[in-house]
Design a binder for this molecule. Structure first.
Ligand SMILES: Nc1nc2c(ncn2[C@@H]2O[C@H](COP(=O)(O)OP(=O)(O)OP(=O)(O)O)[C@@H](O)[C@H]2O)c(=O)[nH]1
Ligand SMILES: [Mg+2]
Length: 442
């Protein structure tokens, strides 16, 4: 028995239609109390046209779809009502159900029920949310692949190879007298660990590429005042978003803009020019520039091609340690001789192709990242990293001739983390946290 939850599945705005969803053991019985047709006892999915009314008062004429358990999204009886798209009507219908014992769903509660009822694993559930939040065609198609289970399929061979290795060791520990059992000698274990680590490394590489395609990248445009940062932002966005002037210190706050470049969403952040001895307000802007560098994945350091790198630029280089840093010499049109090996652009003339090409090269997004399923969210990549760390420890112990049960402990935890990828042994705290990022009604 599960209590019935209800939510508006569409946006709470005036529109042609609104969809309300109810799921739970008494979803059909509750519907019988408010709908003009009886749906209890249905064994196959069906749709009806009828009226919703409350104590003799008609609320709306609706299309109602009834899906009997267990072949439904949540695994429970589900009702979907398409009513006329006034928030007022949708609210009245929801009220009818609440009055009769249904409860308003919390964020992601339909998906979490689907997960707990075994209708989908955690990777597929996460894909539901990714699909709703996708901002580019490419990220949408990656999420759809995940929802169809293609990403989860990447985990199966990893789980199997870890399970095989652990069981081989365990059998040898438990039954050393059985000579027909393959002997788990250290060299064999060590080379199996290498094979599994290669697989994990491929998954991590694919996941990082997929993460860029799915989430986009944060690109900070920084440099000294007047070097052409805002002009570069405008050129990348192909619109006059930021104010450009020949007065140094024009940009005071961070100016943001998104652009879809060949399927990768770039979140561009134009910042205040960094210089010493700035007055109070400008100083505030500079502090924000420094904070933006720390938050960015990529830092485009704009330098006036006529001047070369300054001490301030070198400070930016240090702040951006560990990030992709692209020194970009702007105002190419004003110099007659160029140094080979430097990247030149002219933001004024919108001549920025070399920068875009370099950006893609640095991001290392391979073609496959756009079309292949990958374990690409922070949770999945974090678990893959932990699996790799356990395998690395197991390998070290193995090569150092440590007792075999010690090697097995690390392999066992790698195996458990592989299971966690799919949510097979997930704690309620974790799943609550994941589903709380969903919308209500999903
Ligand atoms: N000739 C030439 N001038 C440029 C180029 N890019 C920018 N400028 C000019 O340089 C001046 C400063 O440009 P901005 O884009 O405002 O520079 P900024 O780095 O954002 O400046 P602050 O916001 O003050 O830090 C403007 O007069 C631009 O027209 C370029 O490629 N060539
Ligand atoms: Mg500016």
């Amino acid at each position: 028995m599960s209590d019935s939850i209800i939510a508006l599945a569409t946006a709470p705005l005036r529109s042609a239609l609104a969809v309300i969803r109810i799921s739970g053991s008494d979803a059909f019985a509750l519907t019988d109390q408010v709908f003009s047709k009886k749906i209890s006892g249905l064994t196959k999915k069906a749709f009806f046209v009828g009226k919703i009314s409350d104590e003799g008062k008609d609320i709306d004429q609706v299309v109602l779809l009834a899906y009997p358990a267990p072949r439904t999204f949540t695994g429970e009886d589900v009702v979907e009502i398409s009513c006329h798209g006034s928030p007022l009507i949708a609210n009245e219908i929801i009220e009818c159900y609440l009055k009769r014992g249904a409860r308003y769903a919390t964020r992601g509660e339909f998906s979490s029920r689907a997960f707990y009822n075994g209708k989908m694993d955690l990777v597929e559930a996460e894909a539901v949310n990714d699909l709703i939040n996708a901002t580019t065609k490419e990220s949408k198609s990656l999420s759809l692949m995940s929802l169809e289970g293609k990403t989860s399929q990447l985990v199966a061979p990893l789980k199997k190879s870890l399970a095989d290795l652990v069981s081989l060791i365990e059998v040898n520990i438990d039954y050393p007298e059985y000579t027909d059992i393959e002997e788990a000698n250290k060299a064999k274990i060590s080379s199996s660990i290498d094979d599994i680590r290669r697989n994990v490394a491929d998954l991590i590489k694919g996941g990082r590429g997929g993460k860029i395609v799915k989430d986009g990248v944060k690109v900070a445009i920084v440099g000294e005042p007047n070097v052409g940062k805002s002009s570069l932002l405008n050129a990348l966005l192909n619109e006059d978003k930021a104010i450009v002037s020949d007065v140094p210190g024009t940009t005071r706050d961070v100016v943001e803009g998104d652009v879809d470049l060949h399927g990768v969403l770039l979140h561009l952040l134009d910042t205040a020019g960094i210089r010493e001895n700035a007055e109070t307000i400008e100083r505030q802007g500079i502090l924000r520039s420094e904070k933006t560098i720390k938050e960015a994945d990529v830092v485009i350091l704009v330098i006036d091609a006529r001047n070369g790198m300054s001490d301030e630029d070198r400070r930016v280089e240090k702040l951006a340690a560990g990030k992709i840093l692209i020194p970009t010499y702007n105002k190419e049109d004003l110099v007659s001789s160029k140094d080979s090996g430097k990247l030149y652009v002219s933001a004024l003339k919108k001549d920025i192709k070399p920068l875009v090409e370099r950006l893609f090269k640095e991001l290392g997004v391979e073609e496959s990242a756009f079309v292949s399923p990958s374990l690409n969210n922070a949770r999945q990549l974090g678990l893959l990293g932990q699996i790799d760390a356990c395998l690395s420890d197991a390998k070290k112990d193995c090569d150092a001739n440590a007792p075999i049960d010690l090697v097995s402990v690390n392999l066992m935890s790698a195996y458990n983390q592989a299971r966690q990828l799919l949510g097979e042994n997930a704690t309620t705290d974790l799943t609550d946290e994941i589903f709380s990022r969903f919308c209500v009604g999903k």
